[in-house]
Design a protein around this ligand. Sequence first.
Ligand code: ADP
Ligand code: MG
Length: 705
Amino acid sequence: MSERVNVAEIFGESVFNDAVMRERLPKSVYKKLKKTIVEGKELEAGIADSVAQAMKEWAVERGATHYTHWFQPLTGVTAEKHDSFISAPDTSGKIMLEFSGKELVKGEPDASSFPSGGLRATFEARGYTAWDCTSPAFLKEDATGVTLCIPTAFCSYTGEALDKKTPLLRSMQAIDQQALRILRLFGNTTSKKVTPSVGPEQEYFLVDREKYLQRKDLIYTGRTLFGAMPPKGQEMDDHYFGTIRERIGAFMNEVNRELWKLGVSAKTQHNEVAPAQHELAPIYAEANLAVDHNQMVMETLKKVAGRHGLTCLLHEKPFAGVNGSGKHNNWSITTDDGINMLNPGETPHENIQFLLVLACILKAVDIHADLLRQSAADVGNDHRLGANEAPPAIISIFLGEQLEDVIDQLCSTGEATHSKQGGKLMTGVATLPDLDKDATDRNRTSPFAFTGNKFEFRMVGSADSISSPNVVLNTIVAEAFKEAADELEQAKDFDLAVHDMIKEMLAAHKRIIFNGNGYSDAWVEEAGKRGLPNIRSMVDAIPSLTTDKAVKLFEGFGVFTRAELESRAEIEYETYSKAINIEARTMIDMAGKQFIPAVIKYITQLAQSINEVKTACAAVDVSVQTELLTESSDLLSEAKRALAALVEIDESACRMEEGRDQAVFYRDQVIPAMNALREPIDKLEMLVDKELWPMPSYGDLIFEV
Ligand code: ADP
Ligand code: MG
């Protein structure tokens, strides 16, 4: 049995949160800091020293020896450089513990070792981290001891964003300003701030660490590059929501505790569709905090797995043939006084503000579908989006029966007079309660689904930061709000103008709505007819970052400059090429050093045993052995040829200049060569004696955790 915990007691104990600040900061400092945190006012100079002092005391009391500026460079993972609090020893050899306001507010990591795209060539290498007081500092406890982590933004010397946080904060300002204009139009004079709320559902796999260590593909690339399908996959649907096994339960228990201490509201946990696959979802939070928390979740999953003899795989497709992992990004917009602008109420047809917001979102997603698709692109996600897996690479919106009906009414008659209601769910069993039904069923195949009072963007990859999708969502919706507000603020008759505007927007962007099965081939065809983009790979998605449309959008709201967009595109191409190159080299290594030698051993043993049998008794039928010998020898030659071809093609890829052409070459030439090598090896795995196979199989990995 595990140790009992008092969740309320440990929740947030490692966070320099509001309660701690209220208790430890001078009143005036606390008030000024809150103004920045809550109202988005500029941080007042002069309070930093006082905050730093309180932070240091609080951290040191809890055993902290170091502090770090914790940031999110464009590598997709977090970065930290630790400094201890100690000062230089005085003449008596004693040290003091120091932490100044300057050290809290600004850090200077060397920017030249982080990806910066073109920015590094054109600008200085110097980079700064800047304190983000809207995400609270926290204590990280691990083998290095206790470290005070200060969430920061990371920029170049000239102010270009080199990270995932800066554009997110900029996009949050954009949607705040524009959403307030919409609220004011409808007579709201009290809300002061609008913030996007985000709840990311994190999927992951767990495998046994001993077995993981025997697979170079998992070690170097996070996914299996070889592996025959086991006799059983996920076809029985017996893992999804199944009873959580003891070993996994102990892991989840510790993950939750660690996260609660960090103030992450880990809420849901369950087994996912594929064997060895699981999910964790927190309660939604302000976008900036949700992004930071999701990084902590990913880090904690990995760290705690190690303590339980497990390895957590965050890759989008660790195993071919079973489901991959994603991250559903639930998104809504909420005012500081608690109004969710995506709440349709009981009778959406009468809720004009909601209908305008909805129309704006349809417009934004329709116009910028390419950007939204790009925001979910990463190397691993190419195995999900546009491959034979959920969700499809075509962006469409699922609204559900109730809203679609309201929209139909508006588009056909110009008037919406009623909203379909959910009614009661009858179970036919007297002792069971009658349940109120939602007005709308779910559609798991939609990449962008309205789920009651939020949109769920389901394309995001499990290993990726959720920053980019939220930057795009916030900015494209800000643009649609702005265009609506620009017009409506000038309208003579507001009611008439808004009514006409909603109708026009719905008619113009209705094509993005799709309530059917997003996995079907018929939809691919239908989407083509509607002119919706079907961007099948990351490499094809990247150009959307630098179109005139994208530059106008992002520059218009001060979220990205053209240079920042170009640098990001460049980094994405480089990342893609590097990742595929590592995969190719890992395959070359495994095939050459592990599989081919194992197969040769098998063939030799087989040949010897045929000889021995023949010598013992010439009349014995050895046709089965001979057939196996021929079959495996043929596959061995095929594998050897494919290996040589992959070596050659990968070398040509490496000789190319970094950039788009190289990435395209990796996708179109190197990946097919990798597949050609995998094929004979996977077949050989089915023939060769298990004892001789040099690593754990799929079955060993996903069924024996
Ligand atoms: P599922 O989609 O799997 O049924 P839930 O509906 O419980 O899961 O919600 C999934 C995630 O959405 C959770 O992180 C939850 O906190 C978050 N969520 C719920 N309401 C909102 C909202 N208004 N805005 C953003 N996220 C939300
Ligand atoms: Mg969901």
